[in-house]
Design a protein around this ligand. Structure first.
Ligand code: F6R
Length: 605
């Protein structure tokens, strides 16, 4: 979604702002803009399209040492220059992430004092703060604005009459601040400033940050100065570089083996279940689990539902966060709510967490981004350790979520004495093999390129499977459609004939995922039903199932993966499907890392 960078210091700011905006491009956006102080006058330049187009309009050597920049993902008003940020009203210029829900009422109240040029909620925030700053100090004005604005916001603000200072406030939309060697920064995420520093502070709700060249000051809600814990970003600049890959998505798929290794090194370096038990929260007291997430995080939950129920014998339900937040809640002290989120900032998931907590339900977050809102607000947290993920379509972070959920399943199963110490350690050791198995898949990219060349011209396809394979289909299908724009659907194999099979035409690709032997023949029969209607069948299966049931070659292509075990099988099945989507999108010439209309971190409802 939208991104913010602000800088004040001794260096010329334009390049720093543009670099920051480029580092934020991965979040998804459709226009961009910057405001900067040149000879004590605040100037604004905006552009639709890529940051490069903004860059083409600006002299990068301008003698300006303070500015704010923004990439906008349109919510209120189409993506054009008028609606792009920064917005200016009176003496106030600002950039905004989030949605101001009461902007229509505020606009009405302020319309006798201000002319509004854009359709945005943001311009109203600029007018409100400007209005309040007429008779109040800047800090008082911002404090009052926070009580008036309903919704979510991260705001970086410059005032015409204080042009050497940036102010920042936030609610339900993340913001970090940093200072190093007379350089002060404000940003919506660390990627924007990582080139300059990996040390930062988190701005909390109700706080106000004031940034000048020399000083970074943070005030609490009573406008008293406060000190904060310094955070250090543990990843490195390589996380936000392509390192020779054509796209971040491909680089991140190739990162998957090192993500598995990080998880091993951190949680069970000696493949000993006792280490894992020590490093994970004890969940023995829960009788039910509810997993909540959005998109791929929800799909990770769907995979885990099967393993938690079958392997750890614990009843598990999975909900989309956007649905959970409006459902009737049945508080149960024996239930654990697990929130899954790569970014830790997804608005729906964050709200679901707050609702669970309000109902006194214990919460555990599985989150990738350190110290993100969901990580901070949950009762317990387990980090995914996938490193910074730049491509909008998640790959390595999704698999890290699935692996963490498998490890949770293992600990519950062990604590319930369903498996012995020896068996548990064997499962852990198998994760070492998972690394070499995934490496083999990655070394075999030609297979997926070839497969992609057979289906990339189709405009409709299906992924079918049963149970855990259906959960994998959901993720495979989402990956395919979001980056290639091919209409793709995931279907439980047995359900297809209740209506959807009417969409199968000559040459419609149907990709069957078959990794569970007990139900393999059922899915095979369903694939044959589509074959009878002209489909082009591609199968992803294990060696064992292939040997037993798939010798009659009724399919067009087959990918055979290693048999591992119920806890890890989905991981080794998904990597080939991620590669397949990537190569299909590449052959179609799409903007793989930044698919249209999408955003990396969905911080609005
Ligand atoms: C799909 C994708 C999205 C996210 C979803 C949740 O490739 O990336 O579906 O999984 O927006 O995001 P997080 O995990 O940040 O809460």
């Amino acid at each position: 979604m939208c991104g913010i960078i602000g800088y004040v210091g001794e260096r010329k700011c334009i390049n720093i702002l543009l670099d920051g905006l480029k580092a934020l491009e991965y979040r998804g956006y459709d226009s961009s803009g910057i405001a900067y102080n040149e000879n004590n006058e605040i100037k604004i330049i905006k552009s639709t399209g890529k940051v490069q187009e903004l860059e083409n309009k600006i002299d990068k050597n301008l003698p300006s040492y303070i500015g704010i920049g923004h990439t906008r993902w349109a919510t209120h008003g189409i993506p054009n220059e008028i609606n792009a940020h920064p917005h200016h009203q009176g003496k106030t210029t600002l950039v905004h992430n989030g949605i101001i829900e009461n902007y229509v009422e505020l606009k009405k109240e302020l319309s006798s004092y201000y002319n509004f040029k854009s359709e945005t909620d943001t311009e109203v925030a600029a007018a409100l703060i400007d209005y309040l700053a007429k008779n109040n100090s800047k800090l008082e004005a911002l404090k009052k604005a926070m009580t008036k604005i309903i919704g979510s916001y991260a705001l970086a603000i410059i005032f015409d009459d204080e042009p050497e200072t940036i102010y920042a406030i936030r609610k339900d939309s993340p913001m970090i601040i940093a200072q190093k060697n007379n350089d002060s920064f404000v940003a919506s995420d660390i990627a924007a400033i990582l080139k300059y520093t990996n040390e930062y502070y988190i701005l909390n709700e109700g706080e106000i940050a004031k940034l000048t060249k020399e000083k970074l000051t943070i005030f609490n809600n009573n406008l008293q100065e406060i000190t904060k814990d310094l955070k250090i970003y543990q990843g490195n600049i390589n996380d936000i570089m392509k390192n020779g890959f054509d796209h971040f998505m491909l680089k991140e798929i190739y990162d998957e083996t090192s993500v598995y290794q990080n998880i091993i090194n951190t949680y069970f370096p000696n493949y000993d279940i006792k280490e894992l038990i020590n490093n994970f929260p004890n969940l023995s007291k829960y009788e039910k689990i509810k997993i909540i997430g959005c998109g791929s995080a929800y799909h990770a939950g769907m995979v885990a539902k099967s393993t938690l129920e079958d392997f750890a014998n614990i009843e598990t339900t999975v909900e989309m966060a956007s649905e959970y937040r409006y459902k009737k809640i049945f508080p149960n002290s024996k239930e654990l709510v697990i929130l899954i989120s790569q970014s830790g900032e997804t608005a729906d998931t964050l709200e679901a967490l707050r609702i669970a907590k309000k109902n006194n339900i214990d919460t555990l977050a599985i989150v990738n981004v350190n110290s993100s809102s969901i990580a901070r607000e949950s009762d317990m947290v387990i980090y995914c350790l996938a490193g910074c993920e730049i491509a909008v379509a998640t790959t390595k972070a999704y698999l890290a979520q699935v692996l963490i959920l498998s490890l949770i399943t293992l600990t519950i199963s062990y604590n319930k004495k369903i498996i012995t110490n020896e068996e548990a350690n064997k499962y852990l050791f198998n994760i070492k093999n998972l690394i070499s198995d995934t490496k083999k898949i990655l070394d075999n990219k030609e297979e997926y390129q070839k497969l992609a060349s057979k289906i990339y011209k189709n405009n409709c396809m299906f992924f079918i499977g049963r149970e855990i394979d259906y959960a994998i289909c959901m993720e495979a299908s989402l990956k395919m459609k979001e980056i290639s724009y091919i209409h793709s659907e995931a279907y439980p194999a047995g359900e297809l004939k209740h209506g959807t099979i009417s969409l199968i035409e000559e040459n419609t690709p149907v990709i069957g995922i078959i990794t569970q032997e007990e139900i393999a023949q059922k899915t095979i029969s369903n694939l044959k039903e589509t074959k009878a209607r002209g489909s082009k069948i591609i199968i992803i299966t294990t060696q064992n199932i292939y040997d037993k049931y798939l010798n009659d070659h009724f399919y067009e292509e087959i990918i055979i993966i290693k048999d591992i075990n119920i806890l890890l099988q989905s991981l080794v099945t998904v990597t080939p499907l991620q590669l397949l989507s990537y190569y299909v999108a590449k052959l179609r010439g799409e903007d793989i890392d930044k698919p249209r209309n999408l955003a990396k971190s969905v911080t609005v409802e």
